[in-house]
Write a new protein. Sequence first.
Length: 63
Amino acid sequence: MHWLNGGITSEETMALLCRHHHTTIHQQDWEIIMQDGIPYYIPPAWIDPQRKATRNTMHVGVA
């Protein structure tokens, strides 16, 4: 939950985004939830009416 909507600000609730994706999250009604330190992205209803949370697996295991 975004801090403007009562969410807390902590390392456990943050995800690093570039400017483009940060803007997209706010302007197109995307949401991010954290599960075990991994960000999951929830698309707006116009993209996925069921708003299924998904994660980016492109860089899994890369450190």
